[in-house]
Design a protein around this ligand. Structure first.
Ligand SMILES: [Zn+2]
Length: 499
């Protein structure tokens, strides 16, 4: 962009159930900033969708990398024309098309579009990624030439330690970055580091890139340098869920779960020499951001391992739990370690709760044996799962041939059967020139499909799901607009407007 680079989000930052796969650049609070190609290359993919990246462009570079620019508001005209020609030919509203190499070459610094706030973006900004073209693994754009000024070192707020009674206590660094008192722990997994990084004072806190734990000859490093998208769920293994739940702080686990077969939820930990499991030790923690700014913390620890373990499910095997008519099945390696699990019947009918704090890597399957008392239509029956933070996901069931209903989810939490028989609402808002704005939303689910016609002819429209808007461009002087929209449970609305 043609404005000083300022970051609102860093690479590898711990987000809800995923690592942030790029960096977020501020656009001075507005949309429409000029976006330029990071290097010479070719346009290889164009995306326009209601959520996620919204309007996005993918450029491939001769260095073997791909740059991604997301949440845009406009594309370079020739590229937009190409996307619209595809949309009209195929009657598609959601666009995700590959572009042949050589069709649209681009030079470093050429304008490719304008910044925006499209898709799942929570405010105007530019999300930039730098990927390995072969594996599609995202890399840190800052280590590949994108320059952002950063002289601020990470701020260590303290180290949470779980006492032998199970309570979390924050230990703040004192003189010489040394902890005042010795920590008594059952294992290294009972430590959670509370650290944030800033680029400038007062800015939004960013993620860090490297944490090193040194104990004698042993050195354990957490390095968020690259990850595969399927490993992104591994953030749940890095973030200390227990501290998040009890203290409301997003902390880093500095030692991975003890995985017996050496498997890791994400390739971000590296160990040299094994950590001691008992006795008194001195340790040094070093935290580094993407620009090499560092902070350290020293402390003493006394390890007293537990002799007996709780009864848990062996994470390497598939398993299942049943409570009344609800059964939960999970495949082998669903979790980063062997968790203790419980499935309970709720107080009200059609309620259950599944609880654990173990990070979930693979979705589990809920199978509900349909009860006679449930008189709602099965094809409109949902399972609403509310996790411990209050985030809800609504799962539409799949009817099995034996009459049972199945739902898939990765969330722990409270479950409730519900039903959605309400179709999406569509309303005319206004017309400005050739652009019509309508309200399009569903009461509980996502819009699964839609068709927009003007005078019987298919027309392209953009569904801005976040703002519940449907934007129809190139409207003629007069005619009839018809919108048909269907939610995930198959409830459909037909809307007509003459203008
Ligand atoms: Zn982003």
């Amino acid at each position: 962009m043609d404005i000083p680079a300022s970051m609102a989000g860093s690479f590898g930052e711990m987000r809800h159930h995923h690592f942030h796969s790029g960096i977020d650049l501020r656009s001075q609070g507005k949309t429409g900033q000029i976006v330029r190609a990071m290097a010479d290359g070719d346009l290889r993919r164009i995306v326009i969708k209601p959520g996620g990246f919204g309007w996005a462009l993918y450029l491939e570079h001769p260095s073997g990398h791909t740059s991604v620019y997301a949440h845009l508001s406009e594309f370079k005209q020739a590229w937009m024309d190409h996307a619209m020609a595809y949309a009209k030919r195929n009657h598609r509203y959601v666009i995700d098309i590959p572009v042949t190499k050589g069709k649209f070459p681009i030079k470093a610094g050429d304008i490719i579009g304008l910044s925006g706030n499209s898709g799942g973006s929570g405010g105007p900004h530019l999300h930039v990624e730098w990927r390995d073209s072969q594996t599609e693994e995202p890399l840190n754009p800052l280590t590949y030439g994108l320059v952002v000024n950063d002289k601020v070192q990470p701020a260590i707020r303290g180290l949470y330690a779980k006492s032998t009674e199970g309570a979390w206590q924050l230990h703040r660094p004192g003189k010489d970055n040394q902890l005042a008192s010795e920590l008594i722990l059952t294992s290294w997994q009972d430590l959670a580091l509370d650290v944030t990084d800033h680029m400038e004072s007062g800015g939004r806190p960013l993620g860090i890139q490297r944490i090193t734990l040194q104990v004698g000859e042993s050195m354990q490093t957490l390095h968020i340098q690259r990850f595969a998208f399927h490993q992104s769920r591994g953030v749940d293994a890095l973030m200390h869920m227990d501290v998040q739940m009890k203290k409301g702080r997003r902390c880093y686990r500095i030692v991975p779960f003890a995985l017996k077969d050496g498997q890791q939820p994400a390739d971000i930990w590296e160990g040299r020499g094994s950590l001691p499991t008992q006795g008194k030790h001195h340790f040094t923690l070093t935290v580094e951001d993407a620009h090499g700014n560092r902070s350290t913390l020293h402390g003493d620890v006394q390890l007293k391992p537990l002799t007996s373990a709780r009864l848990t499910h062996d994470y390497r095997l598939p398993g299942s739990l049943q409570q009344g008519s609800m059964k939960v099945s999970f495949p082998a390696h669903s979790f980063t370690h062997s968790p203790s699990l419980s499935l309970r019947k709720g107080d009200k009918q059609w309620q259950w709760s599944l609880s654990s704090t173990a990070p979930v890597l693979k979705p589990f399957t809920y199978t509900w044996t349909v009860s006679k008392e449930w008189t709602e239509p099965l094809d409109k029956t949902l399972l609403i799962v509310t996790d411990f933070r209050g985030n809800q996901s609504r799962l539409v069931g799949r009817l099995l041939t034996d009459g049972r209903l199945q739902f898939r989810s990765k969330q722990w939490g409270h479950m409730q059967l519900s039903v959605d028989t309400t179709a999406p609402t569509i309303r005319w808002i206004q017309r400005q020139g050739s652009l019509a704005t309508l309200h399009l939303a569903d009461n509980r689910l996502d819009i699964q499909s839609m068709t927009v016609t003007v005078n019987g002819q298919w027309v392209w429209a953009y569904h801005d799901a976040k703002n519940q808007r449907l934007l129809v461009s190139d409207l003629p002087e007069s005619g009839e607009l018809v919108v048909v929209a269907e939610d995930e449970a198959g409830n459909a609305t037909t809307f007509r407007h003459s203008f």
